[in-house]
Design a protein around this ligand. Structure first.
Ligand code: BGC
Length: 360
């Protein structure tokens, strides 16, 4: 018994070394505090990420300070993180709005030896970042590009086909990987002329959508439809690469307003399997979404937190891809999968991610 107690306290002593002063007791206020900072509550996935993280960390015995930064408000996120640091968190988990906007506040974390885990989006230009947990973001893009390649039969069909490109927020490092992954498949076809973007907007900057906003994506796409004269009875649009569901929803609105129906809808990609997109897949408009099970990501981050709390090395499976400007950040990348209408039941309902009523 005595030995057990010694071991427990020895374990905690390691933790003390890594994380500062904590007590052996784990009740109430003595629980180790973890700060979880999420970018926005206006998009379904971040609400799920936040609540999954909180639930899983609390089950593991931590006290959780979970904050959402308004609607993608950078000063709010900075303030919330500052308050977490002064409030005594021992580990920070941060999904940034703008990956480069937290450099100053992260210095405070480093001064207090608080390990920082970048959640889903890499935190840039800071040597305070200890680990990164995300999905394989390049693969997300490859899955989207390959889906279009296969549905249009690009390897063998003669073409040409018309495509437009829509990606996300320029300040989200993930966009480089989503767009880069998709273009690794599609660019050769654009270069050879088999795929044409008649808007002429093929660069990542031209395809960007500030804040991943549905409204911004819709506005841009309405302009493209008008200027190129795309339409069910106009110029044929074969595919739209959308990097995620919030932008795909904006494009869907623009296409539906222009008269497109499920019978002539262009092949439209997405990511996240957000409820509106799953409904659109069931309705036959959006063709696919890349599913990133946020429960898996949350449990991986909880494993990282547990390891750090014990003074151990967290699990990583990539030590070369993600350089944040201050160095390569050891990462754990979860695996994204394609969901088409035929996969909804198995991937989203049977797995318990959604109830049927959520997506009807
Ligand atoms: C996430 C996507 C999400 C997008 C918009 C990205 O960083 O990886 O899952 O759709 O942000 O919130």
């Amino acid at each position: 018994m005595k030995g057990m107690k010694f071991l427990k306290c020895f374990g905690m002593a390691l933790l003390v070394a890594a994380l500062g002063t904590v007590s052996c007791a784990k009740k109430g206020d003595d629980k180790i505090k973890i700060g979880v900072s999420m970018p926005t509550q206006s998009l379904q996935r971040w609400n799920q990420d936040g609540s999954n993280m909180k639930a899983q960390l609390e089950t593991a015995g931590y006290q959780v300070n979970l904050q959402f930064a308004g609607d993608n408000d950078i000063p709010t996120q900075v303030n919330q993180i500052e308050n977490m640091i002064t409030g005594g968190v021992k580990i920070l988990v941060i999904a940034a709005i703008d990956g480069s906007a937290l450099t100053e506040v992260l210095k405070q974390a480093k001064e207090k030896s608080i390990p920082v885990i970048a959640y889903d989006r890499l935190l840039m230009n800071s040597d305070a970042v200890s680990y990164y947990a995300s999905f394989d973001n390049f693969k997300v893009g490859v899955l989207q590009g390959s889906y279009i390649e296969s549905k249009l039969n690009l390897k063998t069909a003669e073409g040409p086909f018309n495509i437009e490109l829509v990606t996300g927020a320029p300040d989200d490092n993930n966009v480089n990987f989503f767009f880069g992954g998709a273009m690794s498949v599609l660019k050769p076809y654009i270069d050879s002329g088999k795929l044409k973007a008649l808007s002429g907007q093929t660069s990542q900057a031209q395809a960007a959508t500030p804040n991943w906003s549905t409204e911004e994506a819709q506005k841009r796409f309405e302009n493209i439809i008008t200027s190129v004269k795309y339409g069910p009875n106009g110029v044929k649009l074969d595919a739209v690469l959308c990097s995620n569901d919030s932008t795909a929803n904006g494009v869907t609105n623009a296409l539906v307003n222009a008269g497109y129906t499920k019978d002539n809808f262009p092949i439209l990609t997405g990511q996240d399997c957000d409820r509106p997109s799953v409904k659109n897949m069931n309705a036959g408009t959006q063709a696919m979404s890349v599913f990133k099970d946020t429960r898996t990501l949350a449990s991986k981050v909880v494993e990282m937190v547990n390891a750090l709390a014990k003074g151990e090395e967290p699990p990583v499976n990539d030590t070369s891809t993600y350089n944040n400007g201050a160095g390569v950040i050891p990462s754990f990348l979860c695996d994204p999968i394609v969901v088409e209408p035929k996969d909804i039941q198995a991937a989203l309902i049977d797995s318990g991610y959604y109830k049927l009523a959520d997506i009807q």
